[in-house]
Ligand binder design. Structure first.
Ligand code: COA
Length: 198
């Protein structure tokens, strides 16, 4: 499916009735601020609703308490929340990577999420621009994001924010459990043989 197809319902929603997204966008007063330790529970629970294994699977990262706490601990200055009143309605969590023998500093926007009730009202755009500013101040030269190939909303969003050149990566998997079992069986066998011959 072409990512552009996802525009249709959104455009229809925008154009329709008194509760259109445009009107809501104007009414909402969203502020972006640095994430604080007391926000972690709310952010975690919002992420739990957004990053279910089926909807937004990520092979090498999982949305769990450790992920949230670890990122907040390692890069607190790159963790932001979007707030309407007291309610956290979105978040962005990033990190930076410097490769050895390279002058390039990479920024990675690891998690970006917006409460479904607030999606389509420009919250992610605000979060992204605030994070971008921080990455620029931090000397980042290349900013990367990754998402599933069928997460059309996210792909459309990232394209609109200026990301280009999607690189295709293929993940290959080897089941080490099977290998472990085979090796374990071999070890038990060789121990057994050693006992018999001693
Ligand atoms: C992707 C996501 C963060 C976008 O948040 P959002 O607040 O709804 O995005 P915005 O309202 O700021 O949208 C900005 C632009 O992105 C594009 N966009 C965002 N959502 C879209 C959708 N569902 N369909 C088509 N385009 C979309 C549009 O171009 C939009 O501009 P427009 O409103 O002028 O058309 C949100 O859908 C989300 O939380 N998804 C689940 C988590 C996720 O997949 N995160 C990304 C990977 S970590």
């Amino acid at each position: 499916m072409d990512p552009r197809e996802t525009d249709e319902p959104r455009e229809r929603e925008k154009a329709s009735g008194p509760h259109s997204l445009h009107r809501r966008r104007k009414r909402l007063s969203i502020s972006i601020r640095p994430m604080e330790i007391d926000d972690l529970a709310q952010v975690f629970h919002l992420g739990e609703r957004l990053f279910t294994a089926e909807d937004v699977p990520n092979l090498y990262r999982t949305w769990d308490e450790h992920e949230v706490v670890d990122l907040f601990h390692s890069d607190p200055e790159l963790c932001l929340v979007a707030e309407e009143g007291e309610r956290i309605v979105g978040f962005a969590m990033g990190t930076t990577v410097t490769k050895s023998r390279s002058a390039w500093k990479y920024g990675h926007l690891v998690w970006l999420g917006v409460d479904p009730e607030y999606q389509g009202t420009g919250v992610a755009e605000k979060l992204f621009h605030a994070l971008l500013e921080l990455m620029l101040e931090d000397g980042v030269r290349i900013l990367i994001v990754d998402t599933e190939a069928d997460n059309y909303a996210a792909i459309k969003f990232f394209r609109k924010m200026g990301f280009s050149h999607p690189q295709e990566h293929i993940y290959l998997a080897m089941n080490l459990d099977n290998l472990r079992q085979r090796l374990g069986a071999r070890k038990t066998l060789s121990k057994e043989m050693a006992k018999r011959h001693s």
